[in-house]
Ligand binder design. Structure first.
Ligand code: FAD
Length: 400
C-alpha cells in the first residue's frame, strides 16, 4: 500500500513524450517527483512545423528557467497583422514584441516544434530521477491498492503513484478512462510547410505573424529559428480518405492552389513558392463540460488527450504546458494528508474551465475566419474599426 508508506518522493508515470508529456515530466521533476516517461516512437521527434507560444505560455517556460534557451531558437515577432486573402488589404494589427512584454510580462514567441521539444528534453535530461524511454508503447493501466500500474506492449509492467496520460489526440488511455470514442473530424484540412526564408524571393520573406482571412479558408505565416525559417499553415475546408490517425499525409500542392485561386497575388505567390506541403486532417472534441474527464483516481489526462482543439487560437500546446505547470504544483503537495486522487481532482478543477474556454474560442475563431458574403464584410469592418481591441485577448495572455 504505497499510500501509507513514508515515501520520500512521488512516482510519476507518463504516457507520451510530445510537448505535453515532456512539459509534464519537467514540471513533476521540478516538484521533486521521480519521473518515468514512455514514448511509443523510437525517438523524441516532432513534426517539421512551427508553433506559436502566447505570452501566457512563454511565462510558464520563464518560470522553469527556459527563457535563455528559448531565446536561442525562437523568433519574437513584433506584430501580428490580419489581411484579407482576396484583396490583400490590412484588416487589423496586434502589436506583439515589447508591447506583449509590457502588457503580459513575457514576449510572444514563434518556434520550430522540434526546437521546443528539444529544449524541454534537454531540461529534463539535466534532472536527477528522470527516466525517459522511447520505443515503448503503453497499453493500459490498472489502479489498485493505492498505486497505479501500467502495462506496456512489450510485456513490461511498471507501478507508480500517478499516471499522466499525455498520449495525444487518439489517446488509448483516455478510452480506457472515459470510453467516449474517437475525436470528431472537423471538415477542415491543414496544409503545412516550413522553409528557409533565404529560399524565397525577398518580397515573400516575413518576420511578423500574418493571418490571411478568406471565404472558407485562412492562412497563417510566421518566422521560426531566429527568423531564418518561415512556417506556413493554410486551412481549407474538405475531407481526405484514409487512416485519420496517420494524420500527416502527403499533400497535392495543386489542390491547395485551386482552393486559393481567387486570392490576392502576394498570397498566391507565397503558396506557389512552397516546394512541398504536408496535410493534416483536423479533429477535435467538444469543449470540456466539467472537471471529471480530466482526472479520475490516480489518472490525469493532459494536453490533446484531455482537450483536443482546433488550432485557431494557437494554444493547444500552450494549454498542455499550462496543464503541466498546474500538475507540477499539485504533485508537489502529495503527503500523508493530501493524497494523489485529491490533488489530481484539484488539478482538474483548476484547469477545466480555462481549457474549455480556449477550445470554444478556437472553434468560434474558425467560424469567424472562414466567413463569406455580408458576414465577412461585417467582420472586416469590425476589425478595421476595433483591430487591436478584438485581437488582443487579456483573459488568455495573462495566464491561468
Ligand atoms: C495545424 C496545427 C497547428 C497548430 N499550431 C499550434 C500553435 O501555434 N500553438 C499551440 O500551442 N498549439 C498548436 N497546435 C496544437 C498542438 O500541436 C497540440 O495541441 C500539441 O502538440 C499537443 O501536444 P500533446 O503532447 O498533448 O500531444 P502529442 O503532440 O500528440 O503527443 C502525444 C505523444 O504520445 C505518444 N503516444 C501516443 N500513444 C502512445 C502510447 N500508447 N504509448 C506511448 N506513447 C504514445 C505519441 O507518439 C506522441 O509523441 C497546432 C496543431 C495543428 C494541427
Amino acid at each position: 500500500m504505497r499510500q501509507n508508506q513514508p515515501a520520500m518522493h512521488t512516482d510519476v508515470l507518463i504516457a507520451g513524450g510530445g510537448i505535453g508529456g515532456l512539459a509534464a515530466g519537467l514540471a513533476c521533476a521540478r516538484a521533486g517527483c521521480h519521473v518515468r516517461l514512455y514514448e511509443r516512437a523510437e525517438a523524441f521527434a516532432e513534426v517539421g512545423a512551427g508553433i506559436q507560444l502566447g505570452p501566457n505560455v512563454v511565462r510558464v517556460l520563464q518560470g522553469w528557467g527556459l527563457e535563455p534557451a528559448l531565446r536561442q531558437v525562437a523568433a519574437f515577432p513584433a506584430r501580428l497583422q490580419v489581411r484579407h486573402a482576396l484583396s490583400g488589404a490590412e484588416l487589423g494589427v496586434l502589436p506583439l514584441g515589447s508591447t506583449s512584454v509590457q502588457r503580459y510580462g513575457a514576449p510572444y514567441a514563434t518556434v520550430h516544434r522540434a526546437d521546443l521539444q528539444q529544449l524541454l528534453l534537454n531540461a529534463l535530461q539535466q534532472r536527477d530521477a528522470v527516466w525517459l524511454h522511447t520505443g515503448r508503447t503503453v497499453q493500459r493501466y490498472v489502479e489498485s491498492h493505492g498505486a497505479i500500474g501500467l502495462s506496456l506492449e512489450d510485456g513490461l509492467d511498471v507501478e507508480g503513484d500517478v499516471l499522466i496520460a499525455a498520449d495525444g489526440l487518439w489517446s488509448p488511455l483516455r478510452q480506457q478512462l472515459l470510453g467516449d470514442g474517437p475525436p470528431r473530424v472537423t471538415g477542415h484540412l491543414a496544409y503545412r510547410a516550413l522553409l528557409p526564408q533565404a529560399s524565397l524571393p525577398a518580397a515573400l520573406r516575413c518576420q511578423q505573424v500574418t493571418v490571411w482571412l478568406g471565404p472558407k479558408l485562412h492562412v497563417v505565416q510566421y518566422p521560426v529559428r531566429g527568423g531564418e525559417w518561415l512556417n506556413i499553415v493554410a486551412i481549407v475546408q474538405g475531407h481526405v480518405h484514409g487512416g485519420l490517425e496517420d494524420w500527416d499525409h502527403a499533400a497535392h500542392a495543386a489542390d491547395l492552389q485551386a482552393a486559393l485561386v481567387h486570392s490576392c497575388a502576394p498570397l498566391r505567390e507565397l503558396i506557389a513558392a512552397v516546394p512541398a506541403w504536408r496535410l493534416w486532417v483536423l479533429c477535435d472534441r467538444a469543449p470540456l463540460s466539467g472537471a471529471d474527464p480530466m482526472a479520475r483516481g490516480r489518472v490525469a489526462l493532459l494536453g490533446d488527450a484531455a482537450h483536443p482543439m482546433r488550432p485557431y487560437l494557437a494554444q493547444g500546446a500552450g494549454m498542455a504546458i499550462e496543464d503541466a505547470a498546474e500538475l507540477g504544483r499539485q504533485v508537489a503537495l502529495v503527503d500523508g494528508v493530501l493524497d494523489v486522487p485529491t490533488l489530481l481532482r484539484r488539478y482538474a478543477l483548476n484547469r477545466w474551465q480555462r481549457n474549455a474556454r480556449v477550445q470554444a474560442r478556437a472553434m468560434r475563431n474558425g467560424e469567424i475566419f472562414h466567413l463569406q458574403g455580408p458576414m465577412a464584410w461585417a467582420r472586416d469592418r469590425a476589425l478595421r474599426l476595433l483591430g487591436e481591441r478584438l485581437l488582443d485577448l487579456p483573459w488568455l495572455y495573462r495566464g491561468a
